[in-house]
Design a protein around this ligand. Structure first.
Ligand SMILES: [Zn+2]
Length: 264
């Protein structure tokens, strides 16, 4: 792909980076990323992926913008309150970078659409706010053989990780770390426990950085690692996580062979 004059100007600060260059930028322009959730994490991810010139960005979310979202969900504006989140995201992304081809999936990720949806993209970024979706995204990306860059946040704690368990090497899946969703009510949601809006922006930016690194294949990724950020203490810890031979999805004797366990 030859970059046009305007593209060379728009992406000049990327192209200057030895690790990106014109070739890397062309790769980003040719990439397709699906973002799960246009919320606290999905918002900064969407903004930075659009600005970075990811050629095709899809977003799946069936929610509407609520006034209480605006404290952290920076892809939405006050004007969008009451409207579908995917349409609000479409408007903002078009304003940032009209080059991006945007695909709105105004639905929930479910057992019957997950494989088709994730298969249509090169990489999935999960910023969903619930365990059911996080486990479903993990399982679907494993079966569809798509890298999954996932992040989670609660109060002042954030985590970022990448899963490529379909590949050989030190590649655990989400279930290697957390076997199954915790019982309902055991871990509070952001709606119950709160979250610092600016910190969502930070964790989402880390997630977007990891997405871009994965697409370009540069540096050290977070596959096989768990990045844990504590915004009160200001500690960043990167711990190694290993694949679990007993994992019901990617282990030696898998029990999960399709997405039927997610069917309601
Ligand atoms: Zn696993």
């Amino acid at each position: 792909m030859e970059l046009g004059e305007n593209q060379i100007k728009r992406y000049a600060r990327h192209i200057l980076l030895r690790e990106v260059g014109g070739e890397g930028q062309a790769k980003l322009l040719d990439s397709k990323v699906l973002v799960i959730g246009a919320g606290g994490l999905g918002s900064p991810v969407l903004l930075y992926l659009a600005a970075a010139g990811i050629g095709t960005i899809g977003v799946i979310d069936d929610d509407t913008v609520d006034l209480s979202n605006l404290q952290r969900q920076v892809v939405h504006t006050t004007e969008s309150v009451g409207g579908p989140k995917v349409e609000s995201a479409r408007k903002t992304i078009a304003a940032i970078n009209p080059e991006v081809s945007f695909i709105a999936h105004n639905e929930r990720l479910a057992a019957d659409n997950a494989i088709d949806l994730v298969s249509a993209y090169d990489l999935i970024a999960d910023g969903s706010d619930n365990f059911a979706t996080r486990f479903l995204a993990n399982d679907a990306c494993y079966f569809a053989r798509r890298p999954l860059v996932s992040a989670a946040i609660l109060r002042f704690d954030g985590q970022v990780y990448t899963f490529k368990a379909y590949q050989d090497g030190n590649n655990p899946c989400y279930r290697c770390l957390f076997r199954e969703p915790p019982p309902a009510g055991q871990i509070p949601t952001c709606a119950e426990a709160g979250v610092l809006g600016a910190f969502c922006g930070m964790v989402g930016s880390l997630q977007a950085t990891e997405v871009i690194k994965e697409l370009l294949g540069i540096g050290e990724g977070l596959a096989g690692s768990l990045l844990i950020i504590d915004a009160l203490a200001w500690t960043f810890r990167k711990i190694t996580v290993k694949p679990d031979a007993g994992c019901p999805l990617c282990g030696e004797a898998p029990e999960i062979r399709d997405l039927s366990i997610h069917e309601r």
